[in-house]
Design a protein around this ligand. Structure first.
Ligand SMILES: *Cc1c(COP(=O)(O)O)cnc(C)c1O
Length: 477
């Protein structure tokens, strides 16, 4: 009898290990490793075949029962371990599916996997350059590329993070140290629009700021921050004895992909001597395209920028970045002081990654970005992102033409938010997702449910968007 460890209420019971199983040595032989590699590769290819259409894409089933216990006592064969993993993988939203347009897709480029494979296999210590200067520079070349992409000067630098949330926390701390060092944080104030990402509020709390430090600025009809309202709030707060220090502008909101008016916001910041952070986690890489560049050109004026390669560069989850206009601010906030690291004093032109964020030991994250860029070339990414902008225009036209739907805003990037005029958006979403033809998600905009198509998967093409629209129309009938 096989036991389904996920079945509700079933006590967690490990699969019995085959009796003839000898545990794999910690240092396997080459042929053992090859066997592992072949089996894992076959598993991955089987999963990719499922991802590559034309099978249904559906939400994960609801969580039931307890998580199975890890059986670490009786070593199992790779085949049985992969069977377990297969069963676990089946119960998931397939975020790599071309039909996946929910939340913010990334996709997970297959080639990036080998960047991680190499990075983990080499396992050199790269956050202190002295330990592996050559490899550390592979990663810093990625950071430099990001700085150049946004038009930053030579003073700029940055750090690869685990994602946008880690980037914004790092930025808030850097801004706090730059503008409020030694000040009473109880009076601190930072500004973000009501469409700003929730990670901004969380970062402010984690950076030691009181809950009311985060001031929420209203948006206009296109969900863009209102710079006049921002300026008035800053003046009022100053007058009341607060210490405004930071504005977080969205360069592509999660809800609608709206880009805040970056240049006017930078003008307000300059007038009041505040730090501007641009949250470009979702939207940033559209700067590779001509249309994106027109919207995002002022990014170079911002003091710091979140970029999420696991969104706009289609990389696997766990790949974020923070770049700052003046690297000295990161060093001031994060430079380490540890006697036991004294043998590794840095004299290179770039600071150690360990001096640019709160992380110390970690993987050579840069290879995951570096390898795909080297293998595919940047124009492959530019073309893919340009296609996503076209697809969003296509989807928004198709929905706007249908009298049963209304667009919530004109898409500036690759996110289309709409409502069912009859007011049954939540029901429509459920029925589209149950169809297996497209995976969408919803949000609340001005207090009402809106459905979003976020078109960012590198595998998502015209046929998939047309299929999504057909599914939406069918569900509305
Ligand atoms: C995804 C997202 C974040 C958070 O980034 P994570 O990588 O999920 O931590 C922040 N801001 C915006 C606009 C996002 O879309």
């Amino acid at each position: 009898m096989t036991i389904d460890p996920w079945s509700p209420g079933h006590p967690p019971q490990p699969e019995p290990a085959p009796l003839d199983q000898t545990p794999l040595a910690l240092e396997p032989s080459e042929s053992e490793l090859r066997e592992l590699a072949d089996a894992c590769f076959a598993f991955v290819e089987e999963q990719r075949a499922l991802t590559l259409d034309e099978l249904a894409a559906r939400p994960a089933p609801p969580l039931m029962g307890k998580a199975p216990r890890l059986d670490a006592c009786r070593p199992a064969s790779l085949a049985s371990v992969l069977d377990e993993l297969r069963a676990a993988t089946e119960q998931s939203w397939n975020t790599g599916s071309p039909r996946y347009m929910a939340f913010v897709p990334g996709g997970g480029l297959p080639t990036a996997v080998f960047g991680d494979f190499l990075a983990l296999a080499l396992n050199r210590y790269v956050t202190l350059q002295g330990m592996a200067p050559g490899l550390a520079r592979v990663e810093s070349s990625v950071v430099r590329w990001l700085c150049d992409l946004v038009g930053y000067p030579d003073s700029a630098f940055g750090v690869l993070t685990s994602g946008g949330s880690a980037s914004i926390l790092t930025a808030v701390i850097a801004a706090r140290e730059a503008r409020l060092a030694g000040a009473d944080l109880r009076q601190a104030a930072l500004y973000v629009s009501e469409q700003g990402h929730a990670s901004v509020h969380r970062a402010a709390r984690a950076a030691g700021l009181p809950p009311d430090a985060t001031r929420v600025v209203p948006v206009d009809t296109q969900f863009q921050l209102d710079p006049e309202a921002l300026s008035a709030m800053i003046e009022r707060d100053r007058w009341q004895g607060r210490r405004p220090f930071l504005i977080v502008a969205s360069a592509g909101t999660t809800n609608t992909g709206s880009v805040d008016p970056l240049a006017p916001i930078c003008d307000v910041a300059r007038r009041h001597d505040l730090w501007v952070h641009a949250d470009a986690a979702y939207g940033g890489f559209f700067i590779l395209t001509e249309r994106g560049r027109r919207l995002l050109e002022p990014l170079h004026r911002c003091d710091s920028i979140t970029l999420d390669p696991h969104k706009g560069l289609f990389l696997p989850y766990g790949t974020g970045a923070l770049v700052v206009r003046d690297r000295a601010h990161l060093v001031r906030a994060f430079a380490r002081q540890a006697g036991y690291l004294r043998d590794l004093a840095t004299e290179g032109p770039d600071p150690d990654a360990a001096d640019l964020s709160f992380e110390l030991s970690r993987e050579l994250r840069g290879l995951r970005v570096w390898l795909p860029l080297r293998l595919h070339g940047v124009s492959a990414f530019r073309e893919a992102l340009d296609e996503k902008l076209d697809l969003a225009q296509h989807a928004s036209r198709a929905l706007a033409e249908d009298p049963r739907f209304e667009l919530v805003s004109e898409p500036q990037l690759s996110t289309v938010a709409f409502r069912v005029r009859s007011g049954r958006s939540a029901e429509l979403l459920e029925s589209v997702n149950a169809s297996g033809r497209a995976l969408l998600s919803s949000t609340l905009l001005r207090g009402d449910v809106a459905i979003r198509l976020c078109i960012l998967g590198f595998r998502t093409h015209l046929s998939h968007v047309d299929e999504a629209i057909a599914a939406i129309r069918a569900a509305a009938t």
